[in-house]
Design a protein around this ligand. Sequence first.
Ligand SMILES: [Zn+2]
Length: 548
Amino acid sequence: MKFSRILAPVAFSVFVAACGAPETQSQTVSVSAKEANIRSHLEFLADDDLKGRQTGSEGHEIASNYIVSEFKRLGLEPAGDDGTYYQRIPFRKSTLKENSASMTYEVNGEAVEFEFPKEFITGPSHYSEQDQVSAPLVFVGYGMEAPEFGLNDYEGLNVEGKIVVMLTGRPEFLPSEEGAHLSNIKSDIAREKGAIGIITLHTPVREEVRKYETSVYYTKTPRMTWLGPNGLPKGQEQQISGSAYLDDEPAKRLFANAPTELDAIFTKIQEDPDFSPKGFELDGKVTLKRESRHEEISSPNVAAVLPGSDEKLKDEYVVYTAHSDHIGVIKDMSREDNINNGAMDNASGVSVMLETAHLFVESDKEFKRSIMFLSVTAEEKGLLGADYFANNPTVPLNSIVANVNLDMPVLLYDFADVVAFGASHSTLGETVSKAAKKYDTAQSPDPMPEQAIFTRSDHYTLVKKGIPAVFLMTGFNSRTEGEDGGEVWGTFFAEHYHKPSDGLNLDINYEAGARFTNINFAIGEEIANAAQRPQWLEDSFFGKQFND
Ligand SMILES: [Zn+2]
């Protein structure tokens, strides 16, 4: 999972105080998850031998092989490509060549160079090892299009064949999940409108949250994308052939003759965070150049199916997802421990998924719809394995009725409640609450809405295809006297998240793991046998995007 570091652990104790006591309503259930099974999966997947399960690494291949062998042992049918359990994905890893990026602004017969990386930065291109784009500029405000929120930033502007200039971020009045989604699709909108380049402007408001220098640090990091069966990045023809991130001070030069100066726009958004500036054409043109190095690697998703029992509904699927990759090793060999084992991120989620599969197989109940178990790769590279599956599904996309995602369940305390991301958008919210109740577990509201977690893990790629999804995290209340769940969670996040210490030395609570598995099983069971497939709620933003 990708968390923003803005989060402070102190927020958790505040939340715990606001949280209600868990509701209780016992009910007997036929099968129950076994702690020992979860432990054995987790201890294998988080072992040093797997070297942090980096996408494309041998360690990740071994993890995938382990998952396949578990699927076989459970008697599940293969649901990958060509009758196998594997969906092998070609990836391209692109790196920006040093000193290759340039940005030139031509106006009134004069050419001004912007300095890399002091004034602007750019990432590598996935399309060509050498590229260049030169075009006039159009300022498009935040570059958002969401009429339901009164945002029509492209209205009256023609950006066909131009470079769009947009502010980073978004107006603050947007709800967090909707805002995060609309921010994520900004470049897709620019592309749809016919733009051929994007310049994003750093702002003083952003500087307070994330410094420009922080972004500079990441320019050396390679970026990854998946290649479609047509060999193209994300299966798409190139259209945006240049992009740059420009610091706020130098950006002012582009606005020298503009109807509104950039300074005035910055002041306005500082005074009123809800303000969304209107766009206009800018003088002059910009030329962006860069060189990139490409490397091809491959890494698999792994998929299996338990066929449904109902003649008709068996053609519909409930899909569980859990990412099997993590972030590999830290290059610094002087460290005593340089392996990021990812015990909680996400060996725990995969282990829970495997034991959930076991419960479905072991149960003597019938499940009308088919259940798919999908372990995805390259989550840590930007949800890439899941995105590949969402765009190249091994079963028809409209036959997938719901996604239950498992990412980073923090199994370190005796949780008394769960938080279900996505619960407020679809009928799955009710499904979760019912399932949790069976195990005397309450459902709590999202304790960190500003993180917009609904858009930060694998299920989001399926949500964008219209599939209702939900995923659970352990809530911040504990059943154990004197244990502060929020504090354990917060400490994990602050001290172990994406670090070598997220390993088997943690005090893993397998009893909590078993309960978490039982709840996730009950969610899938409910969806599999419900008369109706899950629906987006009428008044949900995501529902409105996909219901028509
Ligand atoms: Zn992660």
